[in-house]
Ligand binder design. Structure first.
Ligand code: AMP
Ligand code: MG
Length: 329
């Protein structure tokens, strides 16, 4: 009997790479990853573009598909804290954060363990590794079956909006992936918070994200800010997370050529609203989808109302500032 590749299966079944994540769908994803192909995977933050983190050519294909600068290292996703301990060296602070937030949307940057399975390219040659245990049941099932770290940056061309649905991945990266597992709309909708825990250094918030600073500080105390002379995370690039339209922040009114993205009960009814109730968790979950929808209307500028900066507002404002920054592309 000739065993067909999942790409062939996929083409015979339909043109769409979007696959139901039942046992057979997850089996196809495992086979593709083991062959070194790229797979779109759901997580609770955003969809990831996954490859076997042990395989340098598979990891190179991620950089190529995203058009991602090579100095930007990737997050290694693992199924459990025990698997994380094989990849990185966790001190007490790392253990405490892992116990509090894993599985979940926290990424820890830690010294790489001597016998880490991840290839050099996934770490972009650094002595540290970013690691996370996602809670999405489909990501969990896949990681458990793979029994190895998966490198998985957000599944979008570098610098653009992160995808929060399988169809967005298929539309934007369909040619690069073998398939995308459809795990529904992402519940957090914004990327993980990234905290560096390095020897003799204060715990540092490299990227605000889906877990509020206040919750992290309740475990490890005050978080330091990153030194800005080195870029250690692409989310630290000035222009990132950008829609096609330009973005104007703290809008009080809508000008010519603009469309409003509202927040809270003060927004005019009928405007796209991140959260009518003013709930920052709901706003984070809606952020990228709302920007995509307004972008698709062909509008010149998206004018965004002021968002409070506490809790998840820190991450929302961080993404919006970068979306509004001058573009180089
Ligand atoms: P994304 O591409 O959206 O999945 O984001 C992954 C983030 O993790 C990027 O901002 C990376 O630069 C960051 N990251 C990965 N590895 C490291 C590391 N060793 N040190 C600092 N940041 C890292
Ligand atoms: Mg990204």
């Amino acid at each position: 009997m000739v065993i067909k590749s999942s790409a062939v299966h996929r083409r015979e079944m339909s043109d769409s790479p979007v696959i139901t994540p039942d046992a057979s769908g997850i089996g196809l994803a495992v086979a593709a990853l083991q062959r070194g192909a790229l797979v779109g995977i759901p997580t609770e933050t955003v969809y990831g573009l996954a490859a076997d983190a042990r395989n340098p050519s598979a990891v190179a294909a991620i950089y190529a598909a995203k058009g991602r600068p090579h100095f930007n290292p990737l997050i290694a996703h693992v199924a459990s804290i025990a698997m994380a301990r094989c990849e990185v060296m966790m001190d007490e602070r790392g253990e405490a954060l892992a116990a509090a937030f894993w599985p979940g949307p926290l990424t820890l940057v830690l010294p790489t363990a001597p016998h880490s399975h991840t290839c050099e390219l996934a770490r972009a040659g650094l002595g540290t590794l970013a690691v996370r245990v996602p809670s999405h049941p489909v990501a969990q099932a896949l990681l458990t079956l793979m029994n190895c770290p998966l490198a998985a940056p957000s599944a979008n061309p570098s610098g653009q909006l992160s995808p929060t649905s399988a169809n967005e991945v298929a539309t934007e990266l369909g040619d690069a992936i073998e398939l995308v597992l459809d795990g529904g709309r992402c519940s957090s909708g914004i990327e993980s918070s990234i905290v560096a825990i390095l020897p003799n250094c204060a715990a540092t918030l490299l990227r605000p994200g889906a877990i509020a600073r206040e919750a992290i500080e309740a475990i490890v105390g005050p978080l330091a800010a990153p030194e800005n002379n080195t870029i250690t995370a692409p989310g630290q690039l000035q222009s990132h997370y950008a829609p096609r339209a330009s973005v104007r922040l703290n809008a009080e009114q809508v000008g010519p050529g603009e469309i409003l993205l509202g927040f809270g009960a003060r927004a005019p009814s009928g405007a796209r609203n991140l959260s009518v109730a003013g709930d920052l968790t709901e706003a984070a979950a809606n952020l990228y989808q709302a920007l995509r929808e307004l972008d698709a209307l062909g509008t010149q500028t998206i004018a965004v109302m002021r968002i409070p900066s506490f809790g998840l507002g820190e991450a929302i404002n961080d993404r919006l500032r970068r979306a509004a920054a001058p573009r180089s592309r």
